[in-house]
Write a protein that binds this ligand. Structure first.
Ligand code: MD3
Ligand code: FE
Length: 219
């Protein structure tokens, strides 16, 4: 469907910023949504408290060996969901393989993600400029999958302010970035309703990361 709308205008893969690759319409999002709600049935979407005493604006959950968490003590990756006290739901093989395939297509071989963060945006939600620097290593890329409502993604570059690039992400789009772009500031502008797709009311973004550096002799 959306393939007909966009494939003629957007190449399969495009380097939209140094070492940031856009894979347009890379994945069919319907099966992903199904899996997301299965994960959320085990580890529900929730806002998390921040070290500053506020709450994250968007709801999130995780799957895989490690999940991104935030509380009064700070941001980190944890093997257990603080809400349930249990390990995060397992990362579905289909998720793991999707991230690996997207990374490979972008030139990053052997991407074995161990953390999968699922952000859930409502209309009106946004994500301010930040860096992703809570991971234990920055050699691996990050793979992000957009689902549902479109979003304007912003790249600020090496400093927190001053937009260098804005990009519309649609459901099914995958972004891969690594190398020198791994620590760039980025954010998501306020999510709006889409007149072209009035049935859509929310956006999800799945990010796949390597949170913990691989230790030799440990599987
Ligand atoms: C470029 N999420 O969870 S993903 C995040 O759409 C986050 O939910 C956004 O930023 C979202 O931390 C954007 C795309 C993304 C994520 C991290 C990056 C792009 C990035 C790190 C460096 C450069
Ligand atoms: Fe981020």
């Amino acid at each position: 469907m959306s393939q007909d709308l966009f494939s003629s205008q957007r190449p399969d893969i495009q380097e939209i910023y140094p070492e940031v690759y856009l894979l347009a319409d890379f994945v069919d999002t319907q099966p992903l949504l199904q899996v997301i709600w299965e994960i959320a049935a085990q580890s529900p979407f929730r806002k998390m408290q921040t070290p500053m005493g506020h709450y994250t604006g968007i709801e999130l959950t995780n799957c895989g060996p490690y999940g991104w968490v935030s509380d009064s003590k700070g941001y980190r990756y944890a093997a257990k969901d603080p809400l349930t006290g249990k390990p995060w739901p397992a990362m579905p093989q289909s998720f793991f393989q999707l991230a690996k395939d997207a990374a490979f297509k972008s030139g990053f071989k052997n991407f074995n993600s161990d953390a999968c963060l699922i952000n859930h945006y409502q209309i009106g939600d946004k994500l301010g400029s930040h860096q992703d620097k809570d991971e234990g290593e920055f050699d691996s890329p990050i793979v992000s999958v957009s689902i549902g409502l479109p979003a304007t993604f912003q790249i600020f570059g090496k400093t927190r302010s001053g937009v260098e690039k804005e990009l519309m992400l649609h459901g099914g789009d995958v972004l891969v970035w690594g190398g020198d772009s791994r620590l760039i500031y980025h954010g998501v502008k306020t999510i709006k309703a889409d007149k072209q797709q009035p049935n859509l009311t929310e956006r999800f973004n799945i990010t796949f990361r390597k949170a913990v550096k691989e230790v030799k002799n440990k599987v």
